[in-house]
Design a protein. Structure first.
Length: 232
């Protein structure tokens, strides 16, 4: 496991509180009654406001596992995760779910959408718990325009291509203006032009202070990141 560049930040002599911290994270899975496979061991990451970090590596190297732990969707075997300095293991489940909905935007590799809902309705899902659907609708439309699928906003997922579903899912991840975006292979299902649009969008988020953590095989997405961890 190698890391290039730095993912931590300082301001003058004072340390800036990382917006996302993984401390000594180890992830292991039982594969038989007497066998455990460790996919990540002792991983550290301190991602600052406006940081752009990429996990690169072969399939099965643990990239998705790290992202799920960072997003609070899985618990590390050892180690801790903190959002803006607060250990998420200390939060009650309902508080964690509420924080995740607003603090962090998560995009899984499949770009999973709810069947039966339109693209626009899927993007608006994070606004439902906060009862802000009406207020957030113009932003949802704008995000669909940014990712180039506004002409498909009234289509259900079964009428969208894989790449279109991925871009709708990215718009959904950005709806609540999260402090952190965690994205698993966000360009994997896209043609080069669409992938470059997504990369530019992520870079624009970074310029506005959003922290971005991605897993990627795409060399151009990897090159866009300010720091890279290569998992072997």
């Amino acid at each position: 496991m190698t890391t290039t560049h730095s993912a931590a930040a300082t301001s003058g002599s004072a340390t800036v509180h990382p917006v996302l911290t993984l401390a000594s994270v180890t992830i292991a899975y039982p594969v038989a009654l007497d066998r455990i496979v460790t996919v990540i061991e002792g991983y550290d990451l301190a991602l600052e406001v406006g940081g752009f970090h990429c996990l690169a590596g072969r399939s099965g190297s643990g990239k998705t596992s790290v992202l799920r732990v960072a997003a609070g969707l899985a618990t590390p075997t050892v180690g801790s995760v903190a959002w803006a300095g607060e250990r998420i293991a200390d939060l009650p489940e309902h508080v964690l779910a509420d924080r995740r909905n607003t603090f962090l935007g998560y995009l899984d590799q499949g770009g999973e959408l709810l069947p039966g809902l339109t693209a626009l309705e899927n993007v608006l899902l994070p606004a439902v718990p906060t009862r802000t659907v009406k207020r957030m609708t113009p932003r949802a439309v704008e995000l669909l325009e940014h990712v180039g699928v506004d002409h498909r906003m009234q289509h259900t997922p079964d009428r969208l291509s894989g790449g279109e579903r991925q871009r709708v899912a990215l718009a959904r991840a950005l709806l609540m203006e999260p402090a952190v975006v965690v994205a698993d292979e966000p360009t994997a299902s896209l043609d080069r032009e669409s992938a470059d649009t997504v990369i530019a969008l992520l870079a624009g988020l970074v310029d506005h202070g959003v922290a971005v953590l991605v897993a990627a095989h795409d060399p151009q997405l990897i090159a866009a990141a300010a720091s890279v961890t290569r998992l072997d």
